[in-house]
Write a protein that binds this ligand. Structure first.
Ligand SMILES: *[C@@H]1O[C@H](CO)[C@@H](O)[C@H](O)[C@H]1NC(C)=O
Ligand SMILES: *[C@@H]1O[C@H](CO)[C@@H](O)[C@H](O)[C@H]1NC(C)=O
Ligand SMILES: *[C@@H]1O[C@H](CO)[C@@H](O)[C@H](O)[C@H]1NC(C)=O
Ligand SMILES: *[C@@H]1O[C@H](CO)[C@@H](O)[C@H](O)[C@H]1NC(C)=O
Length: 278
């Protein structure tokens, strides 16, 4: 599993880089099983997923080469999948031919038709207009680029919160934020990048993450940890391993890839769901 989204009902939507099928799982069901929601054509794997309007999601589907960790040229597509109707209605909306890997996705508060997509090799964030499918590079910064050649990944997970874009850079081992200006169809960088957390290569890599209602961030840190980065009273940021361990010896928490808070009656719940690829 690569990524997940939590529906208003509390059910999970799960993506995998080795399957073109979007799966669902009901964590409230005693013996939950995976069920198929939709199969994306012209793809072998799914990466980012985000709910950008109530029960309407953006999903990245591509033909992925898992050795090179690159998508086949021209295969990277962002789909819209609407789960408010039965059966689900899916549209292949934007093709991003110049991208070799779109990774995490984020909604944009205040711009309900925009979705941001992290390009892990370009070190950039695309803004995708979910009405027209128009995709353009909205932010590009050295702090988003990998410091080593492919298959090292730069920007991976991303989330817009309180006028800032928060993101991880896997190869650089950083969790950072940058001020963001949002005007309807336009998103741009409005200040410098500030690093809030770091992980040394020996302790793993930062992948996707969830942010809670108290401003804390829970970062999937393969091979075996969940890192908590939190604001402190003196305006500095603290960091600790919250779950698992950095050497990957935990037998269950293997290769965590993403995290998302559960929902009960459409409100954030105090259960964090984590996908793993192990
Ligand atoms: C769930 O699975 C367990 C183990 O197979 C079984 O004992 C239990 O009865 C099942 N529960 C339900 C509600 O089906
Ligand atoms: C899949 O690819 C084929 C061949 O390139 C193309 O004709 C078709 O329109 C694509 N399907 C979708 C849903 O875009
Ligand atoms: C992935 O890329 C490598 C290196 O270019 C190539 O040898 C291999 O055949 C590719 N795998 C697939 C499944 O296309
Ligand atoms: C800020 O507070 C934390 C937690 O109390 C402490 O560990 C750290 O040293 C403080 N940093 C500064 C610069 O005061």
């Amino acid at each position: 599993f690569e990524n997940l989204a939590v529906r208003p009902s509390g059910k999970l939507l799960l993506t995998s880089v080795v399957s073109s099928v979007l799966h669902t799982l009901d964590p409230a069901s005693p013996n939950a099983t995976l069920e198929e929601v939709y199969t994306f054509s012209n793809s072998t794997g799914l990466t980012g997923i985000v709910e950008y309007q109530p029960d309407v999601y953006a999903v990245v589907a591509s033909t992925l080469n898992l050795t090179t960790r690159r998508a086949d040229p021209g295969s990277v597509a962002v789909w819209r999948i609407d789960l408010t109707c039965t059966p689900a209605a899916a549209t292949r909306l934007a093709v991003v031919p110049q991208s070799a890997l779109l990774n995490g996705l984020s909604a944009v508060p205040g711009a309900p038709h925009l979705v941001l997509a992290a390009d892990s090799y370009l070190g950039a964030v695309y803004a995708i207009d979910m009405r027209t499918g128009a995709a353009r590079v909205a932010l590009q910064d050295a702090a988003m680029a990998p410091g080593a050649p492919a298959p090292a990944l730069g920007i991976n997970g991303l989330r817009v919160r309180g006028g800032a874009l928060y993101f991880t850079n896997s190869e650089r081992g950083t969790f950072a934020r940058v001020p963001l200006a949002v005007h309807d169809r336009l998103v741009r960088q409005a200040g410098g990048v500030e690093v809030l957390g770091t992980v040394q290569p020996a302790a793993g890599q930062f992948d996707d993450f969830a942010m809670d209602c108290e401003g804390r961030t829970w970062i999937a840190t393969p091979p075996g940890a969940l890192t908590l980065v939190f604001p402190q009273a003196n305006a500095t940021w603290g960091q600790e391993v919250a779950v698992g361990d950095t050497d990957g010896s935990d037998s269950v928490f293997t290769e965590p890839t993403s995290a998302a808070f559960g929902r009960v009656e459409n409100k954030e719940d105090k259960i964090l769901y984590v996908t793993t690829s192990g």
